[in-house]
Design a protein around this ligand. Structure first.
Ligand code: SF4
Length: 144
């Protein structure tokens, strides 16, 4: 099946989420108990089917994809969000005609945001990522 099938008819919803993520209540990530590194394999590798199957059943799939499309640098996309890899996100960004002017967030910001949604405390996120509390708070504010 086309990996983009779940987006059929949801283009405007996705666009709205990219532009105004704060207008929707957060949905728990289905991968909250998974190792986040499963979704960020080495360049060019696809995650195992197990983690990607978790994405298919995730209630926050569209939000997860919107976060990546909003925050990542289009020139350096990597990792899987919403079950979709960099090539699929390129296709979606082109279809939606997204501007390239978004301020990119570093990789660890995506991880911090994901952990924050899973209920991790700022202190714990900072310790896990090896950065300051202030940095973690800045990452978390970027999606409020
Ligand atoms: S769609 Fe995103 S939040 Fe949901 S399980 Fe997949 S990686 Fe996690």
């Amino acid at each position: 099946m086309d990996s983009l099938h779940f987006l059929v008819g949801r283009g405007q919803e996705l666009r709205d989420l990219i532009q105004s993520p704060q207008h929707r209540n957060p949905v728990p990530a289905a991968c909250r108990d998974e190792d986040v590194h499963l979704y960020h394999p080495e360049d060019g590798e696809r995650p195992a089917e197990g983690p990607l199957a978790v994405c298919v059943g995730c209630g926050g799939r569209l939000e997860c994809l919107a976060l990546a499309l909003r925050a990542e640098d289009p020139e350096t996309r990597h990792g899987w969000y919403g079950g979709l890899g960099p090539a699929d996100r390129d296709r979606i960004a082109a279809r939606l005609r997204l501007p390239n002017g978004a301020t990119p967030l570093p990789d660890r910001a995506h991880t911090a945001i994901r952990l924050g949604r899973d209920g991790w405390r700022v202190n714990d996120i900072a310790q896990a990522l090896g950065c300051s509390r202030r940095t973690v708070q800045r990452y978390l504010r970027s999606v409020r």
